[in-house]
Design a protein around this ligand. Structure first.
Ligand code: ZN
Length: 308
C-alpha cells in the first residue's frame, strides 16, 4: 500500500492501476450551494479569505489575487480570485482582464511547482462542473506525483521526438491546420480546435501556433492573444449551448520538463453537456454524441455571427 503524505493532505495509490486518489477530508466542509449573499471573495466588509499569496495591484486595491484555499487538498492549493467584481465573466470581460487571470495562473504555477511533481491549474464554471462559490475564481494545486495520464503523455511525446526529431504537439497542430475541419478559431498566434478523438461533446483545445513545453513561460503578448481566443470561444459556447457549465484546465510540462523539446502546452476546455455514465466507468473510454467536425462547424458559425 503506497501512501504519499503531502503538506497536510494525503495521496494513496491503487495497487492494480497505479492511479492516485487524493484524500481531502477538509473539503467535505465546503459549501455545495453557491452563496447568494455575503460573498467571502468580494472586497468589502464581508470579505473573508485565508492568507493572500499574491496580488496584481489595481488603481483601487487589486485586480487579481491568489489566496490559500480554505477547503484545501493540501497546503499547496490556492484560489485565484479573478476579479473584485462578483459578476465578472471571462466570456464578456476585457481581453486584458482575461490575460491578467492567465498571468496569475502562470505566476502561481511557477511558485507551486518548486516542490511539486506537477501543478494542476483549473477553472470550474457552473454547478454541473463542481463550483461551490459563484464569485469568479480558479484554482492552482501542486501535487507530489505524476498522474498515470501525465506519465503516459510524457512517454508518448518523448517516443515521438526520439523517432522523428519533432514535437508531437506541434505536429498535431500542423495536421489540424492542414485538415481544417476541426479548427474553430485561428489567427496569426493562436489556434482553437476540437480534438480528433474528444473526451466530451464539444471539447476544445487552445494553444499557440508553436507552443513550447512550459505554459508559465509564455510571454505576455502571447497570453493576451490566448485571452482573446479564450473569450471568443467561451462566448460562442454560451451562445450555442445556453450558458453551459465547463471545466477549463491547463496542460503543461511537469516539474523538470519545462525545457523539454518534445512537449507543447495547451488549454483544454470541456463543456459539461452530458453526464459520464457506466461505459466510461467500466472502460475509461468516453462517449461523444456529436462528431468534433460538426461541433467545430457550429462554433465557427457562432464566431462568424458574433464578428458581424
Ligand atoms: Zn463575490
Amino acid at each position: 500500500m503506497t501512501v504519499k503524505p503531502w503538506h497536510g493532505g494525503e495521496l494513496r495509490r491503487d495497487a492494480e492501476t497505479h492511479g492516485w486518489s487524493i484524500l481531502a477530508a477538509g473539503r467535505a466542509a465546503r459549501p455545495h450551494v453557491p452563496a447568494r449573499t455575503g460573498c467571502p471573495l468580494c472586497p468589502g466588509p464581508g470579505e473573508d479569505t485565508p492568507a493572500e499569496t499574491w496580488r496584481l495591484a489595481g488603481d483601487d486595491g487589486w485586480r487579481v489575487r491568489a489566496v490559500h484555499n480554505r477547503y484545501a487538498l493540501s497546503d499547496r492549493h490556492e484560489v485565484v480570485i479573478e476579479s473584485p467584481r462578483h459578476d465578472w465573466d471571462p466570456a464578456t470581460a476585457a481581453v486584458s482582464e482575461v490575460a491578467d487571470v492567465l498571468t496569475a495562473w502562470q505566476v502561481r504555477h511557477r511558485a507551486l511547482r518548486a516542490d511539486a511533481a506537477q501543478v494542476a491549474v483549473f477553472r470550474n464554471y457552473g454547478t454541473a462542473a463542481g463550483i461551490s462559490l459563484s464569485h469568479p475564481h480558479s484554482q492552482v494545486a501542486g501535487l507530489p506525483v505524476l498522474s498515470p495520464a501525465t506519465r503516459r503523455g510524457l512517454e508518448i511525446a518523448r517516443e515521438h521526438h526520439a523517432t522523428t526529431g519533432r514535437c508531437l504537439a506541434n505536429d498535431e497542430l500542423k495536421a489540424e491546420l492542414t485538415t481544417g475541419t476541426r479548427i474553430v478559431y485561428a489567427d496569426e498566434h493562436v489556434i482553437a480546435y476540437t480534438p480528433f478523438a474528444p473526451t466530451a461533446d464539444c471539447e476544445l483545445r487552445l494553444t499557440l501556433r508553436e507552443p513550447r513545453a512550459d505554459f508559465a513561460a509564455a510571454p505576455r503578448h502571447s497570453v493576451e492573444e490566448l485571452a482573446r481566443c479564450l473569450r471568443a470561444v467561451l462566448a460562442a459556447l454560451r451562445a450555442e449551448f445556453d450558458d453551459p457549465a465547463y471545466n477549463l484546465v491547463v496542460h503543461t510540462a511537469p516539474t523538470g520538463f519545462e525545457d523539454a523539446p518534445f512537449l507543447g502546452w495547451g488549454l483544454q476546455l470541456v463543456p459539461r453537456l452530458a453526464i459520464a455514465a457506466g461505459l466510461e466507468l467500466a472502460t475509461g473510454i468516453p462517449v461523444v454524441t456529436v462528431a468534433p467536425e460538426r461541433s467545430a462547424a457550429r462554433l465557427r458559425n457562432r464566431l462568424a455571427a458574433a464578428a458581424v
